[in-house]
Design a protein around this ligand. Sequence first.
Ligand code: 13P
Length: 250
Amino acid sequence: MRKNIVAGNWKMNMNQEQTAQLIADLKEAMPSNDASVMIAPTFVNLAKAVELTEGTNIEVIAQNMHFEASGAYTGEISADMLKSIGIQTVILGHSERRAYFGETDEILAKKVKAALDNGMQVVFCFGEELDERKSGEHFNVVESQLKNALFELPASAWSQIVLAYEPVWAIGTGETASADQAQEMHAFIRKTIAAQYSNEVADQVSVLYGGSVKPNNASEIFSKPDVDGGLIGGASLNAEDFSGIAVAFS
Ligand code: 13P
């Protein structure tokens, strides 16, 4: 079911002590409204974060996983390992994974399938780079990212998918897409899904926006009809900022 979500991608930040402190601060600061709250600490702190958020409405999610079930893949983490410590949701396809770690649409299609086969929910990230926006290619890029990684899935799988449109030029740059640019792309994403599947599938999927979301721009972006919340990087590392973004749903 389509819902409002505010998700914090902590990336490679926060050691265990800092993780515990930030979770303690979030427990104090987060507003109670209808938005689902997710945080994605780094792998080594996931188990601790699950323990520290028990009994709260904060869901701890992973930033990545491998598509194989087990075996000789040094340094990798499987869906089963994540589930065994209470993780039900994984971010896949982040632009930093694509750019720095060579993750292609083909690899991502395998990861999405592995997560879904394990009964997990996926927050799937995608979005165009600056030169692609400047040359007017952004709709084509987004369409092919969706098609290549997700459009082999059966319609029934989409209840386990959350989309996160993150234009690369807006990530960590302080430059956000305008609320109108976000709405325009989110409407396009829904139209593309409706054409491949159905209006029903397109209407029920939550589509988050990510890229320099801050307390001072969240309400305008989230007020758009096709924007169901945000995937937050930098501002999720500070409880005041993250809760200041979550109140945009109040
Ligand atoms: P920033 O909010 O720091 O721009 O990062 C967005 C992001 O990459 C979330 O996944």
